[in-house]
Design a protein around this ligand. Structure first.
Ligand code: PLP
Ligand code: COI
Length: 396
C-alpha cells in the first residue's frame, strides 16, 4: 500500500500546544468562555491526561449501532481571520461559539463547509481519504462566497491535528462506523449592509458516525422533487450552507411522504438528473456501463470522482460522465447515491409524480456493479486494497 506519511501529527499537536502556551494574549474573536487547551491552568495534569488518552482505549460507544448523528468529541480546531490574515490556529475543548447578533453568518448565511472521514484500517492505522481534494473544494467555495482562502497545507495539517487529538473517538476497524470530519468557515463580525464579512473562523469538528441512511446497504426509495436545490449559475457547485437550507423543506416533505431522499432535476429545464440533497448519482446501464450526471450546478463529489477512477482502472468498466435525462432512468439497471456520508447507498425505487421506476436490482440488495464499486472503494479506504498514490493520508 502506498501511504503518504505527511508528518507526525502527535508531535505537531504537542508542539502546537507548547507554542500556544507561550502566548497569553487571547486570539482575535476569542470569547471569555473559550477554553483553549493551552489555557488549562495545570499544565502537568493536562499533559498527564493527554498522555493517558493517547494510549487509552476507545470511548465506550456502541459503534455498530450509531447512526449519522452528532456525538460531541473532546477536541476541535479553530483558526481566526482578522486584519487580512489567519492566526496560527489551535486545538480547543469548547464546543460552543459565541457570536455577535449581527455576525455575517447569522444575517446573510456566509458559511461554507466540507465533509471527510477518518478510517481505521485493517492493520490499525488511522487514515483520511483524499483530504487535499476537500481543501481544494473549500477554497473554491470560499472564492465563490467572497471569503478568505484557508491555505490547503494548513487545512490538511488541521485535519490531522483534530483527528489525532480525538483518536479515542475514531471507530475501530470492522465496526461499520467512521469518524466524520466537518471543516467549516463562517463570517463572524457584524455585517448589516449586504457585503462580505471582514472576520472569519475556520473550524473543524468531528463526530463518530454510522450509515447515512437507516438500514445501511439496503436500497432506498427516492422521489423526483418539485423543489430545486440550486439555480442556474448559482451556488450548486460549491459546498455552501445556503444550498442545504434550500433543501430543508424538500427533505422534510419527502420524509413525511415516506421517501428517503429527493432527486433534484436541473433547475433550468427540469429534464435532467442532478443530484440529491447530499450525494451525487451513479447509474449502471443494462450493458454494464457506469453513467454519472455532469452538470455545472451539482457538487463535484470526491467520492464520485474516485469511483469513476475505480470503475475504469480497477474494474475495467466503461464510464460516461454526461447529462442524464430523467426519461433515461427507467432503462437503467442500477442506481446509487455516492458521497462521503452516503458512501454508495443503493436506490431501489424512484417515484416521479406517482409513476414508479423500479430498478431491476430490486429493494433487497445492492446491484452487482454497485456492490463491486462499494467493495473496492471501501477496501481502499480501509487498507484492504492498494490505493492509488496520494489517496490515503496516514495520521497514525
Ligand atoms: N452532493 C452534495 C450536495 C453533497 O452535500 C455531498 C457531500 O459532500 C456530495 C454530493 C458528495 O460529495 P463528496 O463525495 O465529496 O462527499
Ligand atoms: C457529506 O457527505 O460529507 C456531506 O456533507 C453530506 C451531508 C448531507 C451530510
Amino acid at each position: 500500500m502506498i501511504f503518504i506519511l505527511t508528518f507526525s501529527v502527535k508531535r505537531l499537536i504537542i508542539e502546537n500546544e507548547l507554542e500556544q502556551s507561550d502566548r497569553s494574549a487571547p486570539k482575535p474573536g476569542e470569547s471569555a468562555r473559550s477554553t483553549a487547551v493551552t489555557e488549562e491552568k495545570d499544565q502537568a495534569a493536562f499533559y498527564q491526561k493527554r498522555k493517558e488518552e493517547s494510549s487509552m482505549e476507545k470511548k465506550n460507544i456502541d459503534w455498530g449501532n450509531i447512526g449519522f448523528g452528532y456525538i460531541q468529541t473532546d477536541y476541535r480546531y479553530v483558526s481566526y481571520f482578522k486584519n487580512g490574515a489567519w492566526d496560527n490556529g489551535q486545538i480547543t475543548t469548547d464546543a460552543n461559539i459565541v457570536l455577535n447578533e449581527c455576525a455575517g453568518v447569522l444575517q446573510y448565511a456566509q458559511t461554507i463547509f466540507e465533509g471527510l472521514k477518518a478510517y481505521t484500517t485493517e492493520d490499525g492505522h488511522i487514515v483520511t481519504f483524499r483530504p487535499d481534494l476537500n481543501a481544494e473544494r473549500l477554497e473554491q467555495s470560499a472564492q465563490r462566497l467572497e471569503m478568505p482562502v484557508f491555505p490547503r497545507d494548513r487545512f490538511i495539517d488541521a485535519v490531522n491535528q483534530v483527528v489525532a487529538a480525538n483518536e479515542a473517538f475514531v471507530p475501530p476497524y470492522g465496526s461499520g462506523a467512521t469518524l466524520y470530519i466537518r471543516p467549516y468557515m463562517f463570517g463572524s463580525n457584524p455585517v448589516i449592509g449586504v457585503k462580505p464579512a471582514e472576520e472569519y473562523q475556520f473550524r473543524i469538528l468531528t463526530t463518530p458516525v454510522g450509515p447515512y441512511f437507516k438500514g445501511g446497504a439496503k436500497p432506498i426509495t427516492i422521489r423526483v422533487s418539485d423543489f430545486d436545490r440550486a439555480a442556474p449559475h448559482g451556488t450548486g457547485h460549491i459546498k455552501a450552507g445556503l444550498n442545504y437550507a434550500m433543501s430543508l423543506h424538500a427533505i422534510v416533505s419527502a420524509h413525511k411522504e415516506g421517501y428517503d431522499e429527493n432527486m433534484y432535476l436541473d433547475p433550468a429545464t427540469r429534464t435532467k438528473v442532478e443530484e440529491t440533497g447530499g450525494a451525487n448519482f451513479l447509474f449502471v446501464t443494462k450493458d454494464g456501463k457506469v453513467v454519472t450526471p455532469k452538470s455545472s450546478s451539482i457538487l463535484p463529489s470526491i467520492t464520485r470522482r474516485s469511483l469513476v477512477y475505480v470503475a475504469k482502472e480497477y474494474l475495467g468498466l466503461e464510464v460516461e460522465e454526461r447529462e442524464v435525462l430523467l426519461s433515461e432512468v427507467s432503462d437503467m439497471a442500477e442506481c446509487g447515491l455516492c458521497g462521503t456520508a452516503a458512501v454508495i447507498s443503493p436506490v431501489g425505487k424512484i417515484v416521479d409524480h406517482g409513476k414508479e421506476i423500479c430498478l431491476p436490482s430490486g429493494m433487497t440488495e445492492m446491484g452487482p456493479v454497485t456492490k463491486k464499486l462499494y467493495e473496492t472503494l471501501t477496501g481502499i479506504q480501509m487498507g484492504r486494497i492498494e490505493a492509488p498514490e496520494g489517496w490515503i493520508h496516514v495520521i497514525k
